[in-house]
Design a protein around this ligand. Structure first.
Ligand code: CO
Length: 132
């Protein structure tokens, strides 16, 4: 206690108080900037550099019809049509099941290669995933 009091009330009070105040203000700005940067990269790329891709289903088509992804990425299909649809791999390695209007279904990509898929209700609806 004695040493703290003696520092604050000692010699060049003006200079010793002004300098720490400036340092604290600068650090606070830098910290805010870093927090924004890390939040942005986390939402765009996920924890391990992976991404989430969205395929919209509208007007009886998949958008985009062909999607390039990487292993570890996630694909989310969202049905924007009034009619129900599915995203069903040819060979049925995976199947969203019935997606009503505004329903979504997600698939995490674990392998490599090209997979073609259709809507089980409307087989003319075709999509393709290319995993690199
Ligand atoms: Co369909």
């Amino acid at each position: 206690m004695a040493s703290v009091f003696s520092r604050k009330s000692g010699g060049r009070v003006g200079a010793s108080l002004a300098t720490p105040t400036l340092l604290i203000a600068t650090l606070a700005v830098l910290t805010v900037g870093v927090e924004f940067a890390s939040a942005d990269s986390a939402s765009a790329k996920g924890n391990e550099g992976t991404r989430t891709h969205v395929v919209e289903i509208r007007q009886f088509k998949f958008f985009p019809a062909t999607l390039d992804v990487k292993t570890g990425d996630t694909i989310t299909w969202k049905n924007l049509d009034a009619a129900p649809h599915t995203a069903t791999a040819i060979g049925q390695a995976w199947d969203s099941g019935k997606l009503s209007r505004n329903q979504s279904w997600s698939l995490k990509i674990t392998g490599k290669g090209t997979v073609e898929y259709i809507c089980a209700y409307h087989p003319a609806m075709k999509g393709k995933i290319v995993v690199k």
